[in-house]
Design a protein around this ligand. Structure first.
Ligand SMILES: Nc1ncnc2c1ncn2[C@@H]1O[C@H](COP(=O)(O)OP(=O)(O)OP(=O)(O)O)[C@@H](O)[C@H]1O
Length: 357
């Protein structure tokens, strides 16, 4: 049954923070709310959890309405059957790992005879069985976060909610814990809502990503589709910092700012003088020295000058000036500042945005 959020509104003081958003999370689905700081993702998650009272709209969990202010319905967080993992692990320092994991069951007055088995199961799922007797101070940050995860799943919740759970981990541990959370969520097949401002987390973990800005949903889709074919400029920019190229139409042909003609994967008709924004990913662009190339039969070839160079290890990041547009290009070939280059790309890698905003 999953989660259904319909027309959710949240107001703090005089300010509306969430402006009537709607989305569903299907059974077993992993959905990420992705957006810049302050866009309302945590607030949305806290409304689902019941940690905030909403000002409008309906939230359903597993077919049951848990929040609907218009009908005066508000189910308390502990009665919503959910597991939550926060950025701060929020585990008790004076309790052992096993006691921490057992805590939600004890708080809910679950039959004490069933608790050891449930705790053993949860610790096994997160791979911490051998550390059940340890104190939190004897654990690494990653292990503490796994205790928090075990505690979130021990009651077999209907929904898992994550609020930036990896922010306090260092980069390597973050990658590993990311994979671990995905594996556990898929294994348990519990619908999950995950909040982050980190596009890599969102793209790698999610079945579906909901992009938010200023309390509204910008667009949503599967990670690959959102990255390759976003509908909105905001998405293209926020996920992977795309290059934007303004194309101008003349006689049913599109032209780049340097006057070169552009071949699209599929023809797109336009009026004379009409402009459209195209996106190009830095990794899809190739550089060549201008002097080394015979120009005649090349398609999608822009003339530019190397403006800025950053050596990144696996690749070199170039800023290439093409008329008034600066393109970021990832390549392995070495160029120097002010080198005159050609930037080429395949028609399949150029994506026209459906609107200009
Ligand atoms: N309890 C509160 N009282 C007043 N304003 C709040 C409260 N909680 C959040 N806000 C405001 O609501 C807005 C959205 O906050 P929220 O935490 O949902 O954003 P976010 O997208 O999760 O950002 P971040 O990634 O920084 O956590 C912010 O402007 C914030 O200052």
């Amino acid at each position: 049954m999953g989660i259904r959020v319909s027309n959710l509104i949240k107001v703090f003081g005089q300010t509306t923070i969430v402006h009537g958003i709607s989305f569903d999370v299907a059974d077993g689905e992993f959905v990420t709310l992705l957006g810049p700081s302050g866009c309302g993702k945590t607030t949305t998650l806290r409304c689902i959890a019941g940690l905030e009272r909403t000002n409008g709209g309906t939230i359903e969990i597993d077919g049951r309405i848990v929040s609907q202010p218009e009908a005066d319905i508000f189910i308390a967080p502990h009665e919503r059957d959910l597991g939550m993992v926060f950025q701060s692990y929020a585990i008790w320092p004076h309790m052992s790992v096993a006691e921490n994991v057992a805590f939600p069951l004890i708080a809910r007055n679950v039959d004490s005879a069933t608790i050891p088995e449930a705790v053993a199961w949860a610790l096994d799922v997160v791979g911490l069985s051998s550390l059940a007797g340890r104190q939190p101070s004897e654990l690494s940050g990653g292990q503490q976060q796994r205790v928090a995860l075990a505690r979130a799943i021990v009651g077999k919740p209907k929904v898992l909610l994550f609020d930036e759970p990896l922010s306090n981990l260092d980069a390597r541990l973050r990658d590993r814990t990311r994979a671990e959370i995905s594996r556990i969520q898929k294994e348990l097949a519990i619908p999950a809502v995950y909040v982050t401002h980190d596009q890599a987390e969102a793209l790698s973990m999610s079945d579906r990503v909901i992009v938010m800005d200023a309390g509204l949903i910008v667009e949503e889709g599967q990670p690959r589709a959102l990255y390759r074919r976003p509908a909105k400029r905001f998405t293209a920019d926020f996920i992977g910092a795309a290059n934007f190229l303004t194309l101008t139409c003349r006689d049913q042909q599109w032209f780049a700012p340097d006057g070169s003609s552009i071949t699209l994967a599929q023809p797109v008709s336009g009026k004379d003088g009409e402009q459209r924004t195209a996106i190009l990913r830095a990794e899809d662009l190739r550089l060549q020295a201008r002097s080394a190339v015979v120009q005649s039969d090349r398609i999608n070839t822009l003339s530019g000058v190397i403006e800025h160079i950053q050596y990144m290890g696996p690749h070199i990041e170039y800023s290439v000036k093409v008329q008034d547009t600066t393109l970021n290009v990832l390549d392995q070939i070495e160029f120097a500042r002010n080198d005159e280059v050609l930037v080429t790309f395949s028609p399949a890698d150029l994506h026209l945005l459906s609107t200009n905003n």
